[in-house]
Design a protein around this ligand. Structure first.
Ligand code: FAD
Length: 460
């Protein structure tokens, strides 16, 4: 009999797992249960900013799921899991049996416990529905004013999207902007003045005791320092929590997320977890970590999918990273960029909005922070090379001293230490992933590839 795989979720973990299962096993039964249609949350800011239509956030549709031979239950929820009986129960009361289960339920924004969060025009900004709701609230307003409560990774991404729309923005941060979980103090010291210069109103070191309705459609956000801000919409993004409700009391082991090994298995060998809900191997830590970012979700989906399909592969671990465009100032943090024990090399040019920090354990780079204007091409290529060094965990030997003397010449160290060769040979599952082939409504992109782009792409 064909193996029965059940996947809960419709984000990048789920879709990558389905596609990987099909790479190894055409006959397996795959059932996908997701309360939202399959999409990529990291594409939501591009829709919010007006750069792409809503449809470009979708990652699968009925036709592509049919082509993958998936029994897709979109709009349904899994209510409970019975690990010993190997069954899940859905919101319509039906029960499905599995040989392998993948929990890919993602994460949600933490709730702000203050009066006024239930007012219309006051909302989270995490899902397709949230994004639509904000666009509806500001519809028809020429330069709406939006208050963002929060200064974490997702808050910064959404501030940038709204900035691109030309909206008036105020950000309330409990600490620095961006928050200490997003960047170090040296980097934040450049982001704050840059954002002020761009007209973003920052209220750092402040909290919000309440939000009230002004009666004319606007909302009034009160700060603990006595300041009040009137806005057309208020967005709350004050933290992230893994969607682990399903596993509470089930016997599946958890810490900050569902604990998984390097095959994405939980303490039940036939139950896997991945992405924002999972706490798994990390490249620069001995302990499992939650890395709630898209690249980790893709990796987890592919590793889980391969193992579920009987192809044993082991994950070296995910690389923690925050990559942000802060209204034109780009910030990149990789690995253990807040490691207080690490040896550091730092360059700072506040006038040019340039800041770089490399963190070392002996001759191994273990973290990096790079900050610079978006049009600084040199920095952008350096970023890719720094990430490659960290991803391959290459010890740099003599190149460490070279970088101490030539901090902007990452290229020579990258080539000299053989990082490019290592990257070319690296795959997650032992084989390259196939082109996805999914296009919404089967539409072919209308943009033409420029000659320069074709030459660049043709060199590999
Ligand atoms: C606004 C925003 C912007 C982001 N931008 C970036 C970025 O620029 N770069 C980056 O690396 N990361 C970004 N991220 C993070 C990235 O999107 C997540 O890390 C990634 O989506 C996690 O994938 P996942 O498959 O684990 O979960 P998700 O994408 O959250 O998908 C999980 C799905 O499962 C569904 N589900 C949950 N419980 C159940 C249930 N019981 N039954 C049925 N379905 C259920 C959920 O509704 C959801 O649709 C962003 C996130 C947000 C919210």
């Amino acid at each position: 009999m064909a193996t029965q795989h059940i996947i809960i979720g419709g984000g990048p973990v789920a879709i990558n797992a389905v596609e990987t299962i099909r790479e190894f096993d055409a006959a397996a039964q795959v059932t996908l249960i997701s309360d939202e249609r399959a999409h990529s949350r990291m594409a939501l800011p591009y829709w919010l900013s007006g750069q792409v239509p809503r449809e470009h956030t979708y990652t699968a549709d009925d036709a592509s799921l049919k082509q993958l031979n998936v029994d897709a239950r979109i709009g349904q929820r899994v209510e409970s899991i019975d690990p010993d009986g190997s069954t899940v129960t859905l919101d319509d009361g039906s029960t499905l049996a599995f040989d392998n289960l993948l929990i890919a339920t993602g994460s949600s924004p933490s709730e702000l416990q203050i009066p006024g969060t239930d007012l219309s025009g006051v909302q989270n900004l995490w899902t397709l529905d949230h994004t639509q709701s904000l666009l509806d609230t500001i519809d028809g307003k020429e330069r709406p004013k939006v208050v963002m409560i929060g200064a974490g990774f997702n808050a910064c991404i959404m501030v940038n999207a709204m900035y691109k729309r030309g909206w008036q923005l105020a950000v309330i941060a409990r600490g620095q902007m961006p928050s200490a979980r997003v960047i170090d103090e040296g980097g934040a010291a450049l982001v704050e003045p840059w954002l002020r210069e761009k007209g973003v109103e920052l209220h750092c070191g402040a909290t919000v005791p309440s939000i009230t309705d002004a009666g004319d459609g606007t909302k009034v956000v009160e700060l603990d320092n006595g300041t009040t801000i009137t806005a057309d919409a208020v967005v709350m993004l004050v933290g992230v929590k893994a969607n682990t409700d399903l596993v509470h009391g089930s016997g599946i082991e958890m810490d900050q997320g569902i604990l998984v090994n390097d095959r994405m298995q939980t303490n039940f060998a036939n139950i896997y977890a991945g992405g924002d809900v999972a706490q798994g191997p990390a490249l620069y830590s001995d302990k499992p970590e939650v890395h709630a970012i898209h690249p980790t979700a893709v990796d987890h989906g592919r590793i889980a999918g391969a193992n579920m399909a009987g192809h044993e592969v082991h994950y070296p671990g995910s690389l923690s990273m925050n990559v942000l465009d802060n209204c034109g100032l780009q910030t990149f943090c990789f690995g253990n960029w807040n490691d207080a024990e690490a040896e550091t090399m730092t360059i700072s040019n506040p006038g040019g909005y340039i800041y770089r920090k490399l963190l070392w354990r002996a001759d191994q780079l273990v973290g990096a922070v790079l900050v610079g204007p978006a049009n600084d091409m040199g920095m952008l290529t350096d970023v890719g090379m720094v990430k490659g060094i960290l991803q391959t965990q290459t010890r740099l030997g003599q190149w460490k001293q070279f970088l101490a003397e030539n901090p902007f010449d990452i290229r020579r160290a990258y080539i000299g230490a053989g990082v490019a060769q290592k990257l070319i040979g690296m795959t997650l599952t032992g084989q390259a992933s196939r082109p996805r082939g999914f296009r919404f409504d089967g539409k072919i992109p209308t943009a033409k590839v420029s000659d320069a782009h074709a030459t660049f792409m043709g060199t590999k």
